[in-house]
Design a protein around this ligand. Structure first.
Ligand code: NAD
Length: 266
């Protein structure tokens, strides 16, 4: 297989910079374009490690995609622009690999239709860390035996969306596997939101603090016992093997792949 031409959108962001560095070092991948709203015209290499690379930061437009001809575009931007980014990539024949969170079920259905129409492939993964994917899988298995579960997700204070995409997906997976509905009871909330947000009858509590990266606990309760499943990303390098796997696989696949677990032999 030849080298895969990759563009990164959100290249100046925390995740985007890490993805650019990873692609630059990864055999079989070539970084051909870097898109961002910030730093346009600047050399990406100066931003990454103060050494020019000859790749200029540009706006993500159809014109620029056609000029650089990437086969894959990795997107780590914001929930507000990600749908537009996916659409422009597919219209230009570029396969999106999307880590941006905040994508709703309605958005997913729309992307799925766009991907089918384009006869291309796309990956959307709320979490590219292998440990997080395993945490979700173990949580889904546990839900068969423990219908009562609550999720605590903890992220850095710059994260815009809440709850996290990982928490929402975990709740959906728990609901799918649960054999019995958790028991309902009347609750007296002394403050609104005291019991967190509710997705598929699973309470989700979101913590935002400086110093954190991305962490999640799923606590299951049963008579006389609890079971805690926890995953911690201490560094953004935890997401990189998953991103590389998605980029290398999506050039061989058609249709929308939602979740890294569908690219792994779990
Ligand atoms: P960030 O704010 O550091 O970076 C976002 C970048 O996107 C910024 O540089 C911004 O200028 C750029 N941007 C905004 N609009 C744009 C547009 N229209 N075109 C091009 N660039 C644009 O954020 P971050 O911490 O890097 O996180 C980015 C996203 O990735 C968030 O949604 C976050 O939740 C998600 N995330 C996902 C995973 C995962 O494993 N799936 C892991 C970590 C973060």
């Amino acid at each position: 297989m030849g080298t895969i031409r990759v563009a990164v959108s959100g290249a100046c962001g925390r995740m985007g910079q890490k993805v650019c560095q990873t692609i630059l070092q990864e055999k079989g991948l070539e970084l051909v374009a870097a898109f961002d709203l910030q730093e346009q015209g600047a050399d990406l290499g100066i931003i990454l490690e103060n050494r020019p690379l000859g790749i200029k930061i540009e706006a993500l437009t159809a014109e620029n995609l056609k000029k650089h001809k990437p086969e894959v575009m990795v997107d780590f931007t914001t929930p507000m622009v990600v749908m537009q980014n996916i659409e422009v990539a597919l219209q230009c024949g570029v396969r999106p690999v999307v880590g941006t969170t905040g994508i709703t079920q309605v958005d997913l259905a729309r992307v799925s239709r766009q991907v089918e129409e384009s006869a291309l492939g796309a990956v959307i993964a709320p979490n590219f860390a292998l440990g997080a994917v395993l945490m979700m899988k173990f949580a889904a298995t546990t839900a068969r035996y423990f219908p009562q579960a609550e999720i605590i997700e903890l992220h850095h204070d710059k994260k815009i969306d809440a709850p996290s995409g990982t928490a929402l997906k975990t709740a959906e997976m728990i609901a799918r596997e649960r054999q019995a509905e958790p028991a309902h009871k009347e609750e007296l909330l002394k403050l609104p939101g005291a019991r967190g947000a509710l997705q598929e009858e699973v309470h989700i509590h979101s913590v935002r603090l400086n110093g954190l990266i991305a962490h999640q606990e799923v606590i299951f309760g049963g008579p006389g016992q609890t079971l805690l499943i926890r995953h911690d990303s201490y560094d953004r390098s935890s997401f990189m093997p998953g991103v590389v796997l998605a980029v290398k696989n999506i050039v061989k696949l058609q249709g929308l792949v939602y979740g890294l677990e569908n690219l792994l032999n779990l």
